[in-house]
Design a protein around this ligand. Sequence first.
Ligand code: IPE
Ligand code: IPE
Ligand code: MG
Length: 238
Amino acid sequence: MTLAVSALDDGGGATHGARHVAIIMDGNGRWAKKRHLPRAFGHKKGVEAVREVVRAARGMGLEAMTLYAFSSENWRRPEDEINDLMGLMRTFIRSDLAEFVANDVRLHIIGDYRVLAPDLVAMIDDALAKTAHNRGTTLAIALNYGAQQEIVFAARAAAVKGDITLEAIEAELYTADMPPLDLLIRTSGEERLSNFLLWQAAYAELWFSEVLWPDFTPAHLAQALEAFAARERRYGGR
Ligand code: IPE
Ligand code: IPE
Ligand code: MG
């Protein structure tokens, strides 16, 4: 008997069964600190990890990936760090948009990104428009995202339509047009949700890794998907 479960089958299709994976990319600051480097270096290296993981996602058969880039609570950080993070977002869009277009990646933003700097909002809107018709992988980036606020917005929108049901609220979430969340990963050894996808995580499998985000590679993602494949999802049934 073999217990080896591969997250990939030979045809590149998925055998793990996951459609939508979300990641709380944590540990950039600690990665830099360990190397006596400024935090900004950790964030920069973190973007490189994002690039590799996004490139790998499609080959691993994922339809959607949601990445926590900036939480609504991250405004509590010093201004220079916030500026570094926003600058990296600009660089990321500038350098990777062509690749998304070429590789059929549909960009999606979850969170209230419209309050960000006008030039960044314009860049994001342009990227959204240029990838809107792509059907390969949906890459959702959580920017100024907080799950509690998302639920408030969704409930309010449902109420305006006079239909405060589970389905109606779900239809107003940022993730409404995405597959259900299967697997939620958090790096850096922290085991909390930090206001990320609280509604969507209701029956997601959770996978925690000690690896600091800048060190996270597609091999770690494959490892998480293998663990996911071995889980029994019961949804309260038996
Ligand atoms: C994650 O790394 C990136 C963001 C939250 C934007 P951190 O900056 O939180 O890194 P640590 O947790 O301080 O190591
Ligand atoms: C969560 O990480 C937010 C992102 C990864 C963008 P934090 O580092 O902000 O979370 P806490 O403060 O440790 O809970
Ligand atoms: Mg952190």
